[in-house]
Write a protein that binds this ligand. Structure first.
Ligand SMILES: [Fe+2]
Length: 343
């Protein structure tokens, strides 16, 4: 399988080609027409768009591009975006031109981070960078999971496996598993707890720009359709675990459950909570007056993975709703806990 990086910047998009077919990994929205021109010029048939994770540094493909594409857009099943048309699990295989791409779930930078293994190489997203690793301080980030993913999964691959990262800030293109095992200062000779302490000491800024990009990528909505809250507003929102919500729902004064997904998700694979109200995130702003009666009630906001609902919860709090909670992990966590759903 031929690998080519298309952006020539520190944010990388890969074109994988086999047998006249192609897959794009981590396309950047504003360069999408360039990618299409490359595909057309080389007479390649695009089979799929793959994303290594929900990105915070660039806009992923928007509703228009996804609707115009006649190929699946695939991400790990923990991904929050409603635009994803194929959800991947650890061990899944994607076919391109008679060759295979294997999916490895390598969470830590985000819950939905995956690496894509191809013959002789691996695309590591932001899980493993050249001499580094992706930050683990975004919502859902987990340095322990990342240490395990790198040391147990990626470092178990043959030493000569080529590493293609999603970023490099020093102009480097690729590395190998052997080199990273030996030289990566984040992992070489480091215990799990040393890694956790190191990641906690980075003190990286979390500007509002990151939050804005994340909210667009998580929700599938454009910043001009929804007035996204600021990072401090989202961070101030309290969370509730699925088991605790289930207990409160069967109490004498149950909370109101507001589901902010799309209608097809509400009735789809994951189902929804009994007696939940469906108000898709892009309609929330307009529906606020109709929700005014709940301003003093406990309100639990729900979505697929807990990201869109965090955005919605912060919007409600800003509008004066006083007792808003976010369901941690969303419907994915609710279903994983074996709690009942309706479809
Ligand atoms: Fe990232």
């Amino acid at each position: 399988m031929h690998v080519e990086e298309l952006n020539g910047t520190n944010c990388k998009t890969y074109l994988l080609v086999a047998g006249g077919e192609a897959v794009l990994v981590d396309p950047v929205r504003e360069r999408f027409e360039t990618y299409r021109a490359v595909l057309a010029e080389r007479r390649l048939t695009l089979r799929m768009i793959l994303e290594t994770h929900t990105h915070a540094d660039h806009l992923m493909l928007g509703q228009d591009a996804v609707a115009a594409l006649e190929v699946p857009v695939a991400m790990h099943e923990a991904s929050p975006s409603p635009l994803i048309t194929r959800h991947l699990r650890d061990g899944d295989r994607v076919q391109v031109g008679g060759e295979e791409i294997e999916v490895l779930h390598t969470p830590g930078h985000t819950p939905d981070s995956v690496s894509f293994r191809i013959p002789g190489a691996i695309l590591t997203g932001d899980t493993l960078l050249i001499g580094g690793s992706g930050r683990t301080d975004f919502p859902g980030g987990d340095p322990r999971a990342q240490y395990d993913a790198v040391s147990r999964r990626l470092f178990a691959l043959p030493d000569d496996t080529i590493v293609w990262p999603a970023h490099d800030y020093k102009g480097r293109t690729s590395s190998t598993i052997g080199d990273e095992k030996r030289d990566n200062p984040r992992f070489a000779g480091k215990s799990r707890e040393e890694y956790v302490a190191l990641m906690a000491s980075l003190g990286l800024p979390f500007p509002d720009r990151i939050q804005q990009v994340l909210q667009v990528n998580q929700s599938g909505f454009e910043a001009n359709e929804v007035v996204f809250p600021r990072v401090a507003e989202v961070a101030a929102l309290e969370e509730i675990d699925p088991a605790e919500l289930a207990a409160r729902l069967s109490s004498a004064s149950p909370p109101v459950v507001l589901d902010v997904r799309e209608p097809e998700e509400f009735t789809g694979e994951l189902g929804h909570l009994q007696a939940s109200l469906l108000v898709p995130l892009d309609a929330l702003e307009h529906r606020l007056p109709k929700l005014a009666g709940y301003v003093d009630r406990q309100l639990v906001v729900v979505c697929r993975a807990g990201s869109r609902s965090a955005t919605a919860g912060a919007m409600l709090a800003r509008a004066g709703f006083r007792r808003v909670l976010n369901l941690r992990g969303g419907m994915l966590a609710w279903v994983a806990a074996g709690l009942p759903v309706q479809r």
